[in-house]
Design a protein around this ligand. Structure first.
Ligand SMILES: Cc1cc2nc3c(=O)[nH]c(=O)nc-3n(C[C@H](O)[C@H](O)[C@H](O)COP(=O)(O)O)c2cc1C
Length: 297
C-alpha cells in the first residue's frame, strides 16, 4: 500500500495544503470526501476555540479523515495541538520552522507528524526528530518560503535520496502530469495548494480565483516580507507597502484582517495574494472532486 495512504487513511496520497485564512471547512471536507486529505489551517489563528469550531464544522461535513497545519511561528501551536487531539484529529503538518520543541507533545498526543522542509539538511533534521514523513516544498510553490530553497524538480529527488521516511512533493503540482511527475521523482504523495484555491468550494473571493485563472506561469513573484519571503501574484502586490511586516509577526503585510479583506472579501489591489507558478496551468475554476479525479486519472 502507498505509505502516505496508510499513514493518513485517505484514498489517494493527495494532501490539500493548508492555506492561511482560506481553508474553510467546506473545502477541507470536499477534499477528504473526494479521496484526498484535507488540512485545516491554524497559522493565523489566535484562539484555540476557533480551531475547535473549525474541526467540528468540518466533521459535520465528512466522516473521512482530515488533518491540520501547525505553524511553528505561532506561539499558540502547542495549545492548538491539544485541541486538535481532543477533537480527534490524528495528523498534522508542521511548517515555517523546526518542530523540535513541539515533537514530544505531538507524539504524546498520538499525532502523525509531517514536516514541511525546504532543503535536504532540514529534511534530515526532521527525520532525526522522529517525524513520520516530510513534505519537500519547492520554491515554485505559493505562500511563505524560507530564504534558502530549491525547485521541486531538484529538491524532491535530493530529499528522497537523503531520508528513509516517505517524501511528499509540494510546489507546482496542479494536474495529472505534475502528480505523476512527483512519483517519478521518488515521492510517495503530493501536497497541492494553489490549484485548490481555484475551486468552487474554496472560500477565496471570485476575484482571487479569476486572477489565478488569468495569470501565466511568469505572473508570480517572491517578495521579502521581513522575517520570511512569500510567492505572491505579482499583478496585485503593492511593492512599496508590502515589506513592512512587523518584526517576527507571521503576516502577509497587514495581519489577518488585511488577509481576509483581500483573499476572502476581494479587495485584491495591493492585497498580497499568495500563488504558485502553477497558476500558469490553471485554466478554470473546478470542483474539488474534478481536480482530484483528473489528477489521479
Ligand atoms: C494562499 C496560500 C496560503 C498558504 N498558507 C499556508 C499555511 O498556512 N501553512 C502551510 O503549511 N502552507 C501554506 N501554504 C503552502 C501550501 O500548503 C502548499 O504547500 C503550497 O501551496 C504547494 O505549492 P503550490 O501552490 O504550487 O501547489 C500556502 C499556500 C498558499 C497558496
Amino acid at each position: 500500500m502507498n505509505p502516505i495512504v496508510s499513514l493518513l487513511g485517505s484514498r489517494y496520497p493527495i494532501l490539500q495544503g493548508a492555506m492561511g485564512v482560506i481553508c474553510n471547512p467546506e473545502m477541507v471536507a470536499a477534499v477528504s470526501e473526494a479521496g484526498g486529505f484535507g488540512l485545516l489551517a491554524t497559522a493565523f489563528a489566535s484562539d484555540p476555540e476557533y480551531v475547535r469550531a473549525q474541526v467540528r464544522a468540518t466533521r459535520k461535513l465528512t466522516d473521512r479523515p482530515f488533518g491540520a497545519n501547525l505553524q511553528m511561528m505561532n506561539p499558540l501551536s502547542p495549545q492548538f495541538a491539544e485541541v486538535l487531539a481532543e477533537e480527534g484529529v490524528r495528523a498534522v503538518t508542521a511548517s515555517a520552522g523546526s518542530p523540535k520543541a513541539l515533537m514530544p507533545k505531538l507524539k504524546e498526543l498520538g499525532m502523525k507528524v509531517l514536516a514541511v522542509v525546504p532543503t535536504v539538511d532540514v529534511a534530515r533534521k526532521a527525520e532525526d526528530l522522529g517525524v513520520d514523513a516530510v513534505i519537500a516544498e519547492g520554491t515554485e510553490s505559493g505562500g511563505i518560503q524560507g530564504f534558502r530553497g530549491a525547485s521541486t524538480m531538484v529538491l524532491v529527488p535530493a530529499v528522497v535520496d537523503a531520508v528513509k521516511i516517505p517524501v511528499i512533493a509540494a510546489g507546482g503540482i496542479g494536474d495529472a502530469r505534475g502528480y505523476r511527475a512527483a512519483f517519478a521523482l521518488g515521492a510517495s504523495g503530493v501536497q497541492v495548494g494553489t490549484r485548490f484555491i481555484a475551486t468552487k468550494e474554496c472560500i477565496a473571493h471570485e476575484k482571487y480565483k479569476n486572477i489565478l485563472v488569468e495569470t501565466s506561469e511568469t505572473g508570480t513573484m517572491v517578495l521579502n516580507l521581513g522575517p520570511f519571503q512569500a510567492r505572491l501574484l505579482a499583478s496585485t502586490v503593492d511593492r512599496s507597502g508590502s515589506g513592512e511586516a512587523a518584526e517576527g509577526a507571521p503576516r502577509f503585510g497587514g495581519g489577518v484582517e488585511a488577509m481576509e479583506e483581500a483573499w476572502v472579501r476581494g479587495k485584491v489591489e495591493g492585497g498580497a495574494l499568495p500563488a504558485g507558478e502553477v497558476c500558469g496551468l490553471i485554466r478554470s475554476v473546478k470542483s474539488v472532486r474534478e481536480v482530484i479525479e483528473e489528477m489521479v486519472s
